[in-house]
Design a protein around this ligand. Structure first.
Ligand code: F6R
Length: 612
């Protein structure tokens, strides 16, 4: 996720900004840039790749000044190129901005600004903001122009602006993307996160959505977007640097589990409109989906966690779009001589977009004339570039090796795809359609509710932490939840062996191992196969196994079947794997934590598997 820094003070400005940006590197990025104001005006430097490249550029051509902004970009709109890197300037080159988030209405604003004669250089949603402020500056002073421009934005943003007209002030604001103010001695900062400034100050002003800030060396001046002053005292930060990088969480994995409501919001943004009961995609993806044949065949390919998302996708697409779907492990698909032709669409699912087997599968499918749609988290990645269309999940960088928010955002992207195709092909309309659209829009809120069970889950995890074998069971949409739950646990707690099964398969073999106290996590949420799952629970309990049951809120009858009970909010069955994933991630996390495991960097595992 992008990193933002703004600086006002007397220290060497480019070094200060570069240093603060380097402390945000953990957020992930693919290009970086800086804009500094001095007697020559605004000087901008940008480079793709790591900060080192920007630092080298600044060494070759140093920039002096006492006020400036910097940015590390994690591409969302437009590939990670130098032109698309931030800061972006207006037509006159006298103001520059950095931005984190997604401006939902950028296309319509861009059209308007183009008609007003503005010239754009990049493919980003961000650049429109610079031109928007420029437009308002024709009739307003800069503080008002900044606030008026903010009022036009829909979506998420943290923005910081520097202007040649204002040599002593920066302007910043946020809505649903992080931005803080640091107040040091004779210097002040904007930053995406506390670690950027912790070496310089522990005095932080947290900003709320829809507040505007003018920042001088003396401190911030906060107002509403109408210009009404707001008083807020700085907070003293007590965390050390390592804790601050993780937002106060002990591990990135836990931080990322808690980021899921926001990550899913980002996946849905611009695509799901519950008010208009509409699901849509960008022009290229829609054009791609329009070319699908009435008898199109779909093959989903992926590895690991992404494969589990693919299994959910199979259930979704077959039930609601009535399209035949096979799901294949990419490492098998590439070597099994699959049947492919022009009426086959291969959907590749990948967080990193770099997994070697998935990439090889995509290339093979292309060679045989199949069409490629990729669901991916990393813009401009190898698999994204090799595809005909891409649905980006926009979950933000995932740092913990064990995938959490990337998984639920992949399932969310598949739900969007399913709803879009089901509506288009006439399989969904009227009240059922509206119910599903509303249900999907509700998912971020339901995840937040599911996260509230954390203390109970932690207590249950402590109870079973000494066990060395676990089963996970589910049916229909929650077979993949069981597979994924077991993978999460064995991944981050290598002392434990865990297996996920379709609950109906138990009696065909695995049940033979069940003995006194053997822990079995069962997903028994509200569904069309609920009674069957309860029977499977009883089969386990008859052999003295212990069932840790994940059930829907309000299901009182389940209590007598469960040794330990975790409840999650009720949802449509199609969305239940997203909600049920939350307790299962937390359970794995707390079992591993109780066993003292290296949760973020488990042995033998890599975040991105770029070799066969
Ligand atoms: C498990 C995990 C892996 C990845 C797999 C595919 O938590 O993260 O199983 O899902 O290596 O990676 P991507 O999605 O990057 O293709």
């Amino acid at each position: 996720m992008c990193g933002i820094v703004g600086y006002v003070g007397s220290a060497p400005v480019s070094e200060t900004i570069l240093d603060a940006l380097s402390r945000l590197e953990y957020r992930g990025y693919d290009s970086a840039g800086i804009a500094i104001l001095n007697s020559k005006g605004l000087e901008v430097r940008k480079r793709t790749g790591k900060l080192k490249a920007l630092a080298e550029a600044l060494q070759q051509e140093p920039v002096e000044g006492h006020i400036g902004i910097g940015h590390t970009r994690w591409a969302t709109h437009g590939e990670p190129t130098e032109v698309n890197a931030h800061p972006h300037t207006d037509c006159t080159g006298t103001l520059a901005i950095v931005h984190n988030g997604i401006i939902e209405n950028y296309a319509e604003l861009k059209e308007r600004l183009l008609a007003q004669g503005h010239t754009f250089r990049s493919q980003t949603d961000t650049e429109i903001f610079a031109h928007l402020v420029e437009e308002f500056l024709k009739a307003h002073p800069i503080d008002a122009a900044f606030r008026l421009a903010l009022k036009e934005l829909k979506g998420s943003y943290a923005v910081v602006l520097v202007s040649a007209r204002e040599p002593h002030r920066l302007f910043g604001a946020r809505n649903a993307s992080p931005l803080i103010v640091g107040v040091g001695k004779g210097e002040t900062f904007f930053a995406s996160d506390v670690p950027a400034i912790l070496e310089r100050t522990r005095s932080v002003v947290y900003l709320n959505d829809h507040e505007a800030v003018e920042l001088t060396v003396d401190g911030p001046r906060l107002t509403t977007l109408e210009g009404k002053p707001i008083r807020r005292q700085p907070t003293k930060i007590e965390w050390n640097l390592a804790a601050a990088r993780k937002g106060g969480f002990p591990h990135f994995m836990l931080k990322e589990i808690h980021e899921q409501p926001a990550a899913i919001e980002q996946t849905l943004m611009n695509r799901l409109d519950p008010a208009k009961a509409r699901v849509t995609f960008d022009r290229k993806t829609k054009a791609f989906l329009d070319t699908l044949h009435a008898n199109e065949r779909v093959i989903i390919i992926a590895c690991g966690t992404a494969y589990h998302a693919g299994v959910v996708g199979e259930y979704m697409l077959e039930e609601f779009v009535r399209i035949p779907v096979d799901v294949d492990l990419a490492s098998e698909f590439r070597y099994r001589d699959p049947m492919l032709d022009r009426r086959t669409t291969v959907i590749a699912i990948t967080q990193s977009g770099e997994t070697a087997d998935t990439l090889a599968g995509v290339r093979l499918a292309k060679e045989h004339g199949a069409k490629i749609l990729t669901i991916c988290n990393v813009m401009g990645s190898s698999i994204a570039r090799a595809s005909d269309a891409v649905i980006y999940t926009h979950a933000g960088p995932e740092i913990a090796v064990a995938s959490t928010k990337a998984y639920t955002s992949q399932v969310t992207a598949l739900a969007l795809l399913t709803l879009y195709l089901a509506k288009k092909r006439g399989h969904l309309s009227g009240a059922p359609w509206r119910r599903l659209v509303e249900g999907l829009a509700n998912v971020p809120r339901l995840i937040e509710q599911a996260l509230q069970a954390e203390p109970e889950i932690k207590a249950i995890a402590a109870k079973y932490a000494a066990a060395r074998n676990f089963y996970y069971l589910g049916r229909r949409y929650n077979v993949p939840t069981a597979l994924e739950g077991a993978l999460k646990l064995k991944e981050i707690c290598p002392l434990i062996h865990a297996e996920g099964y379709a609950a109906g398969e138990m009696k065909h073999g695995p049940i033979s191992l069940i003995r006194d106290g053997w822990p079995v996590v069962v997903i028994a949420t509200h569904s069309s196969v609920y009674d069957k799952v309860v029977s499977n629970i009883e089969e386990v309990r008859a052999r003295k196994g212990h069932c840790i049951v994940i059930a829907s809120e309000g299901d009182h009858a389940i209590k007598r079947h469960a040794n330990s009970l975790i409840t999650v909010p009720k949802t449509e069955e199609i969305f239940s794997p997203i909600i049920a994933a939350i307790p299962s991630q937390l359970f794995a996390y707390y079992v591993a934590d109780a066993n003292g495991c290296d949760i973020d960097q488990p042995p033998n595992l890599a975040k991105s598997v770029t070799v066969e």
